[in-house]
Design a protein around this ligand. Sequence first.
Ligand SMILES: Cc1cc2nc3c(=O)[nH]c(=O)nc-3n(C[C@H](O)[C@H](O)[C@H](O)COP(=O)(O)OP(=O)(O)OC[C@H]3O[C@@H](n4cnc5c(N)ncnc54)[C@H](O)[C@@H]3O)c2cc1C
Length: 497
Amino acid sequence: MKQKVSVIGAGVGGLTAALKLQSQGYEVTIFEKNHQVGGKMNRLEVDGYRFDMGPTIVMMPDIYRKPFLESGVDPDDYFTMQRVDPFMTVEIAKQRYPISSDLVRLTQLFEGSSDADMAGFLNYLADIYQKYLNAKDNFIYKSFRTPRDFFNWKTLKQALQLKTFSSSYHDMQKFIPNQQLQYLLSFQTLYIGISPFSGPSIYNIIPMIELLYGVWYIDGGMYQYALALQRRFTELGGTIKLNQPVEAIETNRSQVTGIKVAGQTLASDAVVVNADYPYAVEHLLDQSAQRLERISEKEVNQKMQYSMSCLLLYLGVDCQYEQLGVHTIKMATDFKRNLTEIETGVLPNDPSYYLYNPSAIDASVAPAGASALYVLVPVANLQQQQLSETEVQDYVPKILRRMETDFGLTDLQKWIQVQRVFTPSDFKEFYNSKYGTAFGLKPTLLQSNYFRPHNKARKIQGLYFAGASTHPGAGVPIVVTSGELAAQELEKDLSNE
Ligand SMILES: Cc1cc2nc3c(=O)[nH]c(=O)nc-3n(C[C@H](O)[C@H](O)[C@H](O)COP(=O)(O)OP(=O)(O)OC[C@H]3O[C@@H](n4cnc5c(N)ncnc54)[C@H](O)[C@@H]3O)c2cc1C
């Protein structure tokens, strides 16, 4: 008889774990609390506008393709991508920088500042690329089952070679003299919810990956990827139960026995938890299971550190602004101060923000002649700051006015036909994200690699974790990897039974 696996959550981590397991012959059912799959890779459709609600920047396209190839199909039959180049325009102090992953254009950008900046840039790339090779094989694509997997001479030596004790910004600025160019290579740690001024230097691999492997766009918008995973999973016979919040993970001593949904216990041979790890510990595991896992609610609430959140605007605008490419970033005049404000719970007066305009390359996301804009303002999570409705209502027009002046979006407020706001409280309510974070546990040194929650539970047999708050971390390709690692761990255990 097929072994039964229940997956809690249809985010990217849950979908990829489920797909891999279903294609290996398990009988997999995903239970998702919301009415659609994708988790934070979500879509909002209003009046002919289609907004991606969460991720928008596609990096490491091969990882997106992997779950399809591994399940025996051609990914091109499920979703298609195109390269975006220049992939981003960054505005710093009224200066606009189109950033390309084309070496000739990059050389013009860095040499245009000085030869020292260009030489420094090449040295920086070589340095971080070496660290990436080390991290990729020894930490990112490897899961940790036992302390011995990390605390051995070989791995500890490799960890030391990452030289990750300084901050990303500090490590990068050694190479590049020009401060504006330093900023161009540092804001990317915000993609995983941590400041470059405090995040470990290994996260300089994020700008490196953008520059060396390019940035891509999934035709129809990012949500097509969630739909593609859903399609492949159900084609293989997998079951998805939407609007089914799981209430508890059932255990008998140190063995998972199933899950509780709508008051009913459903037996499972194994459970993969994709719901946010800290939420799951607090709400789905009982105290004896928490003790076995050596984790307590106190630890979740007081000891663990959480990434930042964001305030998002989805704007259906009845015109097109030719000056906006797909991805644009406006950096605060005082970037460092902006990040300190976020980390200390102050709503930034002069924020950095990100603008996504897929209508620049995709006519399917808005009615003819209109555009579906998305604005992301990084803000504190709910542990640092609780934004009141009035604060949000007052803040939104400020952002709209800034967009008008920063990018010359004439009459933006007049052209808006649809306007929706998504706040840190919505992250908590919609996705059960602890403290309403957008990116899960903060990737500090003590919450990265071996020290991030593992994909296999410590002591409870048959329990696995996949998702942004677990190893290897946040960001779509990394969460895909997390789903695959959790599935691998499960297979190792269940195939030995
Ligand atoms: C605004 C934003 C922008 C981003 N931009 C990018 C980007 O450009 N590029 C990139 O690569 N990454 C980006 N990311 C990060 C990336 O989207 C996430 O890391 C990734 O989608 C997280 O997937 P996940 O599976 O870990 O979790 P989630 O997406 O949170 O999925 C968890 C699922 O579990 C469900 N769930 C929770 N509790 C229960 C329960 N009790 N029962 C049943 N179901 C439950 C939730 O509803 C949810 O569907 C962005 C994230 C955000 C929020």
